[in-house]
Design a protein around this ligand. Structure first.
Ligand code: COA
Length: 195
């Protein structure tokens, strides 16, 4: 006789699985979940540039477009199999020879209902691994000064604050500062300071 599965008694006992992957295509269910997650993140007020969430169809066209751009890599995070987060690693255009050592980490978000499980952290790690694999050893990113969770996350992961843009964004009639960060990734056998 097999034991009956034990029922969790508290929220802390409910197991969640986190997975992060770079994707080059999305099926309809994944695309829908990604759009719902993005929409929830926009409503909550974080990231993406959008202040008011566009229609789900507009978001779907946006993400389909992202998948077509050779200089953009889409990384998604899943909670119990469902997409709840994403970020983009953006490479400089080919004419920008002087910055081919670098990449931008942009549009990172986790849906409010999936935060605090480590997905943001794993997505940034995956973006760094992907950057290294593409021989990009400097990651740049910027955030609004109001994105406190993101600021904590990036600073805890070694991102160096190098500048503040005083007129970075306008959100609901208010000017919001932007904070700029970089991180030099260590190459195998070389210290990070040498890039
Ligand atoms: C920034 C952001 C992406 C972080 O996403 P996340 O998936 O919640 O990130 P993590 O879970 O890795 O880490 C967040 C916090 O949860 C904690 N955490 C990690 N794993 C955890 C777990 N299993 N249980 C509970 N807490 C956990 C982390 O220690 C971290 O703590 P802190 O708030 O004290 O720093 C998310 O807050 C977000 O989308 N914000 C709005 C958009 C934004 O600012 N984007 C960045 C600019 S583009």
């Amino acid at each position: 006789m097999t034991d009956a599965p034990s029922i969790p008694k508290t929220a802390a006992e409910i197991r969640v699985t986190v997975a992060v992957e770079q994707v080059s295509e999305l099926d309809d269910d994944d695309l829908h979940a990604l759009c719902e997650a993005a929409s929830a993140a926009i409503i909550e007020g974080g990231g993406f540039g959008w202040i008011t969430p566009p229609e789900i169809g507009t978001l779907a066209s946006y993400f389909r477009g992202v998948l077509l751009v050779p200089e953009r890599e889409l990384i998604v995070g899943r909670l119990n199999g469902m997409i709840v987060a994403s970020a983009q690693l953006v490479l400089p255009p080919r004419n920008n020879e002087a910055q081919q050592h670098s990449a931008w980490l942009m549009h990172a978000f986790t849906a409010p209902y999936a935060r605090g499980h480590g997905i943001g952290h794993v997505i940034v790690r995956r973006a760094e691994e992907r950057a290294r694999a593409l021989h990009r050893y400097v990651i740049n990113l910027d955030v609004r000064e109001t994105q406190e969770a993101a600021i904590r996350l990036y600073e805890s992961m070694g991102y160096v604050r190098w500048g503040v843009h005083p007129a970075y964004a306008r959100v609901r009639g208010q000017t919001v500062c932007g904070i700029y960060y970089y991180k030099v990734l260590a190459r195998r056998g070389r210290p990070a300071s040498e890039g």
